[in-house]
Design a protein around this ligand. Structure first.
Ligand code: BDP
Length: 697
């Protein structure tokens, strides 16, 4: 197996299980009068055939016990006759229930709209694929988040920024005439986990995507995705009216500029009636934006929102800005710029906020904007691609990271004001809600650069559907579908996945450190680096280690970033003694001999954490070596090889980091901890000119 089938493998179940389900799937009653219905029917036939090892006959009526019926009251007289209340299910919700139809027991997958039925079908297949009981089903599902969107950081030339799985899957050259079958498989995979939108191009956008030629290509993709409920969005370049419109300005208050965007929106919707809208990175890392004309982010977003509103489109405006409004502390800048704009955005604008205040690091506290802009719908943006977490090869399951952020309590309205509630709109009563994930998908056969990276795509989709799900339960689901239902395999692999993120934090950036990676490509350790042009791209800016101690003082005696959090949290983070140790060096600069809760010094703990990370990876590799024979050779071998790489690189991170910090602290290593085998100069001299995901852009 080469991983292409993802979690939708539908391989024959163990004989006992297959027999059990066969008796409960005797025939299928499913319509095919719309594209989505056809897809739903096709998926059920394909899934059942694969899992049970025989074709399940299609029927128009219930002729025997244990039929499966799928549809909506409108599409199916049988479903209508069940008189289930489907109103509350909305566009995407569904019910799966054991019912009696014409005197026969049956399983009904019922929705208000076709899309809900497709989601329900995928859920039903998941139950079988993961070996669940299906005798007393009464499942009600509606998504908690409206826009569940992938962000592709793909350039039109085929490169993927921060992509570690080959080139872009969009073959712009051959579109619109050649619609690669892979696009359909992409849509299927996304629909199976509830993803309903995709931004096709990089946030560092060019204007070309909005030319008529490219819009035709975009429309072709939208056609392929439509039956799967996936809407297409585009990242736009704010200065497009100049570059492809021939205007002299892109000032959002200029009537000509406004007219240009309106005409562009009209053109897009003529081609793609269900076009989703725009994603915008403005006045960030060199991208143009409204501030070039002394206008605010709200002015820029609202101008685009006005153009899209008549067509039902939305704007996702990113809050990832750090353009020197507060050079003292980059972590404060997004809040400083966006908080005052709360209430000034049009109703069809969402502000898209990275999960943490700096930049997708292995661990950061949640972004202080969550809970701080009650009048504005905020989306969270997670990075599924592992830019800062070991690229393709390191096995790092991101579920615990996502869950940590979503379950963090902002305290915005007192206890219980979790980030998840900001995102799902329940905290401040927003109906327009969303979650974005920077995709890890490329042309590699396995889509994501490794089998375990698929789990990160999977968990993103499942959490976007319901941000309260447990990352452990999702991991188990994924392992069962992707590899095996054998408990002797499932249990250790889930354990390995659940511990993997903490291991990476330990061997890369323990105790609240962050941004210590190599410059530019972001590969490997470089805590010593001060070569970047901008101070806040340099690792030394973040760790601030000196002879006395280490850490970034964001307390009230430092940059006062703590006061961007709600009062009780601000007080907690301001107090060294109360700050959770996992964020210690994020909020405080402290002495090397500071006594940690363990009773050891900070220096000791730092070395211990780095070493722990390596030990954890060694254990992960041992676990995997003990699982030979449970799955196919091909995927087994690749994971084994990648874990060997990870172990080597974890060791490298540890040794290089300890070597460097020791050169600053001047302290001996605690007894029982091995010294780095190479000199610091050796680690500093390593270069990686051809690291993937990064080039001359
Ligand atoms: C940083 C990435 C950079 C992205 C930027 C962004 O290194 O490639 O363009 O985020 O999110 O983490 O815009």
């Amino acid at each position: 197996e080469d991983g292409y089938d993802l979690w939708l493998r539908y391989r024959l179940l163990a004989p006992e299980q297959a027999k059990f389900y066969k008796n409960r799937a005797t025939e299928l009653i499913a319509g095919s009068s719309t594209p989505t219905q056809s897809v739903t029917r096709g998926e059920l036939l394909r899934g059942l055939q694969g899992l049970l090892g025989r074709d399940v006959p299609l029927s128009d009526s219930v002729t025997r016990d244990n039929a499966i019926i799928v549809g909506t009251p409108r599409s199916s007289a049988l479903i209508a006759q069940l008189h289930l209340d489907t109103q509350h299910l909305g566009h995407d919700g569904y019910v799966i229930r054991n019912v009696v139809v014409d005197g026969h027991a049956a399983t009904a997958i019922v929705a208000q709209e076709d899309m809900g039925a497709l989601y329900g079908a995928f859920h039903f297949l998941r139950l079988l694929e993961t070996g669940q009981a299906i005798d007393h089903l009464d499942l009600h599902e509606t998504p908690r988040v409206k826009l569940r969107v992938l962000n592709h950081w793909d350039y039109l030339n085929g490169q993927v920024e921060r992509g570690y799985a080959g080139a872009s899957i969009w073959d712009w050259w051959k579109l619109p005439d050649w619609r690669a079958p892979r696009y359909t498989d992409y849509a299927r995979a996304n629909a199976s986990i509830g993803i309903n939108g995709t931004v096709l191009d990089n946030v560092n956008a060019g204007a070309t995507i909005l030319t008529s030629t490219y819009l035709q290509k975009v429309a072709a993709l939208a056609d392929v995705f439509r039956p799967y409920g996936i809407r297409v969005y585009l990242s736009i370049r704010f200065s497009s009216p100049i570059e492809i419109g021939g205007l002299k300005t892109a000032d959002p208050l200029d009537p000509q500029v406004q007219a240009w965007w309106q005409a562009k929106a009209d053109e897009i919707y003529k081609l793609i009636p269900d076009f989703g809208g725009f994603l915008v990175k403005a006045n960030s890392e060199g991208q143009p934006g409204p501030e070039d004309y002394q206008r605010s982010h709200a002015d820029g977003a609202n101008m685009l929102a006005n153009a899209l509103a008549p067509h039902g489109g939305i704007v996702m405006w990113r809050a990832f800005v750090y353009s020197a409004s507060n050079p003292e502390d980059r972590a404060k800048q997004a809040y400083d710029e966006f908080k005052p704009l709360d209430g000034r955005f049009r109703a069809n604008v969402l502000v898209q906020v990275k999960n943490g205040p700096v930049d997708f690091q292995p661990r950061e506290p949640f972004h202080p904007l969550f809970g701080a802009m009650p009048k504005t719908p905020l989306m969270t943006e997670f990075e599924i691609t592992k830019e800062y977490l070991g690229f393709a090869t390191h096995l790092v399951y991101l579920g615990p990271l996502f869950e940590e952020v979503l379950s963090a309590d902002t305290m915005a309205h007192g206890k219980g004001s979790m980030v998840a509630k900001v995102i799902d709109g329940s905290l401040d009563g927003h109906a327009l809600t969303g979650m974005a994930g920077v995709a890890n998908i490329g042309t590699d056969r396995d889509w994501c650069g490794s089998d375990f990276n698929q789990a990160n795509w999977y968990v993103f989709g499942r959490l976007a559907w319901n941000p309260s799900l447990s990352s452990r339960a999702i991991a188990e689901e994924w392992v069962r579908m992707t590899f095996s239902n054998d408990q002797a395999f499932v249990k250790p692999v889930v354990e390995m996945m659940m511990g993997s993120r903490e291991a990476a934090v330990d061997y890369m950036t323990p105790l609240g450190l962050l941004h210590l990676m190599g410059p530019g490509h972001h590969y490997g350790p470089a805590p010593w680096d001060a070569s970047e042009s901008s101070a806040d791209w340099r690792p030394v800016y973040y760790h601030r280690a000196n002879r006395q101690g280490i850490g970034f003082d964001r307390s009230r005696s430092g940059s006062d970033a703590v006061d961007q959090y709600a009062a009780p949290l601000a007080a907690q983070f301001n107090d060294l003694k109360q700050t959770p140790e996992q964020y210690l060096l994020y909020f405080h600069h402290i002495g090397w001999d500071y006594r940690m809760r363990s009773g050891h010094t900070l220096w000791y703990e730092l070395v211990a954490h780095y070493t722990q990370g390596v030990d954890d990876v060694k254990r992960m590799r041992q676990t995997w070596l003990g699982l030979h024979g449970y799955i196919d050779e091909q995927r087994y071998e690749q994971t084994a090889a990648f874990l060997t790489i990870q172990e080597k690189e974890a060791q490298w991170w540890r040794d290089a980091s300890i070597g460097y910090f020791q050169s600053i602290s001047g302290l001996p290593l605690p007894p029982a901890y091995a010294s780095p085998p190479q000199s610091l100069q050796y680690y500093e001299s390593l270069t990686f000119p051809y690291a993937p995901g990064f080039s001359s852009w």
